[in-house]
Design a protein around this ligand. Structure first.
Ligand code: AMP
Length: 558
């Protein structure tokens, strides 16, 4: 495992300050490898999914290159992302990292009013983060000028291609200056990504998180589970899981100092005896915390990886990953802290929906399936609490109960002793009104393709452009039917007869077997019998529509 410091990467002090303020203690493996390479100006292909810290890996070098003083109006970096959610998230991260260098960051994506975007582009922007559809739109309007670009980043490139954005990416990459830095991040590197990298990148450095050789069966004896949770429910979920499991001694790993502090507070508020441990604490403070854990006055440490390094707690029973770790190897190292010397350990991981890929990478590395467990319900919580009270009651039977017996004896004249015992038990459990915590869906919903054209009511500058009042509504296919996505629409002058003609001409289907046809500005959806879906997709991929090859795939949104 690398132990590089942020300060050794060559970043400007303002950026280092921003990272300290965010509580980042050390670069993630992808950052440690990518940042120095990008600072030299090289192109780069990075294999990294969400959760690896890839955003900072490409954003920090972009920010590092911003000139001091007046930077003019044209952006020096363009970051392309597949969905509006990701574009927003990346733009927010870039703004945060770049606050102290005064970075002007704009997110452009469809479905949002275009006027504020136009205004901000006019005022001047350093970094544009956008979805391909909306970026092409701005290029056509002339509102976005790419001739000042020094860096282009393709984030989640595989996802962009899967969503049918190949044409838009080509259009954009053909308009950027030929001398530029191009950065491509992708969770997977299928041949089509390799082809794209070959065409548009210049002798790129390849960065992939180093795979330590972890063989199946080598992992310690650890029971592993994961819970799929929404971010806002993570602290409550952890408190619930701890309450049910009652670990003897546990470490909860967090990403940043801030997260350590806020989670510790949240757990303490729920009566968990938690202690914080991170790199911002003095040695004396750390020693105090460790003594509390060893002495049994604390049950749980909330720590960053840096703080927990070298820490030796031999009676640890539980390791909790409050987030999926930024590299699969980190997961293996962390869970190696329990289940030592033949003892059984427990590893619990909270997974946010966007971290799915990372958990898959861990499963791949460890060759072990990590079962997704439901979040314990209120009933589970009650059952475990009653179970513990039962044990405690049986133990208490051995102690001096004479005073308590006198009270019960007097009450028993008027009440049933069983009712009295039940009432006493319910008093012990009073005040624990808990609510159910919803699990997040285990399977990812398909993100919506962002094809948005301007939806504002005003006239557009392009002649003949259709105006709509909102984004295309994607409806499911009729029973027995499935939808085919065709990457050409009104902009390519596609009409229903072209689609029917292409399908009927290339397959055995006849016109009346084809269902509804939806044509939007940039793509079309055609309903075909479900059983013929593959045949139609294959046939259309091999043919041309309106004289050109277009991307065709089953429409997974339907
Ligand atoms: P990403 O893979 O870029 O989506 O980042 C995943 C999460 O990790 C984000 O919440 C980042 O704020 C956080 N993060 C990125 N780099 C670091 C770091 N070096 N230390 C701690 N947290 C980080």
């Amino acid at each position: 495992m690398q132990t590089v410091d942020f300060s050794g990467l060559g970043l400007r002090p303002e950026l280092l300050d921003a990272l300290t303020a965010l509580g980042y203690e050390e670069p993630t493996p992808i950052q440690a490898e990518a940042i120095p390479a990008l600072l030299t100006g090289r192109d780069l292909v990075g294999q990294a999914a969400t959760g690896t810290g890839k955003t900072a890996a490409f954003a920090l070098p972009v920010l590092n290159a911003l000139e001091e003083g007046d930077r003019g109006k044209k952006p020096s970096a363009l970051i392309l992302a597949p969905t509006r959610e990701l574009a927003n998230q990346v733009a927010n991260a870039v703004s945060q990292y770049g606050q102290k260098v005064g970075a002007r960051v704009l997110a452009v994506y469809g479905g949002a009013p275009i006027t504020p975007q136009l205004k901000q582009l006019q005022r001047g922007v350093d970094v544009v983060v956008g979805t391909p559809g909306r970026v092409v739109d701005h290029l056509e309007r002339g509102s976005l000028k790419l001739d000042g670009l020094r860096t282009v980043v393709l984030d989640e490139a595989d996802e962009m291609l899967d969503m049918g954005f190949a044409d838009e990416l080509e259009t954009i990459l053909n308009q950027v200056p030929s001398v530029r830095q191009t950065v491509l991040f992708s969770a997977t590197l299928p041949p089509k990504i390799a082809r794209m990298a070959k065409k548009h990148l210049n002798d790129p450095v390849r960065v992939e998180i180093e795979k330590e050789n972890v063989l199946a069966g080598e992992s310690p004896k650890v029971t592993q589970t994961a819970h799929m949770v929404f971010r806002e429910n993570k602290a409550a979920t952890l408190a619930r899981v701890l309450s049910v499991q009652q670990p003897t001694a546990a470490i909860v790993f967090c990403r940043t100092r801030e997260e350590v502090d806020s989670l510790t507070e949240a757990l303490k508020a729920k009566d968990v005896r938690a202690e914080a441990l991170h790199g911002g604490m003095t040695q004396a403070e750390r020693d105090r915390v460790m003594n509390r854990l060893r002495g049994g006055t604390a049950d749980l440490l909330v720590a960053t990886d840096v703080a927990a390094r070298g820490l030796d707690v031999d009676h640890l029973t539980h390791v909790v990953n409050y987030n999926v770790p930024s590299a699969p190897e980190t997961y293996v190292h962390r869970i190696g802290r329990v289940g030592r010397a033949g003892r059984e350990g427990v590893a619990i991981t909270l997974v946010e929906p966007r971290e799915r890929r990372m958990i898959e990478a861990i499963e791949h590395l460890t060759k072990t399936k990590i079962p997704m467990a439901p979040i314990p319900t209120v009933a589970d919580l009650r059952a475990s609490r009653f179970g513990r009270t039962k044990d405690a009651l049986v133990q208490a039977l051995g102690s001096d109960l004479s005073d308590a017996r006198k009270v019960i004896a007097s009450l028993a004249k008027d009440h049933d002793p069983l009712d009295l015992a039940a009432a006493a038990l319910s008093l012990v459990h009073a005040g624990t009104d808990e609510e159910e915590i919803p699990s997040a869906p285990v399977r990812a919903p398909r993100p919506e393709r962002d094809d948005a054209r301007p939806y504002s009511a005003g006239p557009t500058t392009r002649g003949g452009a259709h105006q709509r009042t909102g984004p295309p509504q994607r409806k499911g296919a009729a029973p027995g039917m499935a939808k085919v996505y065709i990457g050409a629409g009104r902009a390519a002058k596609v009409a229903p007869k072209d689609l029917v003609g292409a399908i009927a001409g290339e397959t055995h289907l006849v016109g009346k077997q084809i269902g509804s046809i939806e044509i939007t500005e940039r793509f079309s959806l055609v309903e075909v019998p479900e059983k013929d879906l593959d045949t139609v997709v294959k046939a259309l991929r091999a043919s041309v529509i309106k004289g050109r090859k277009v991307s065709v795939r089953p429409d997974r949104d339907a």
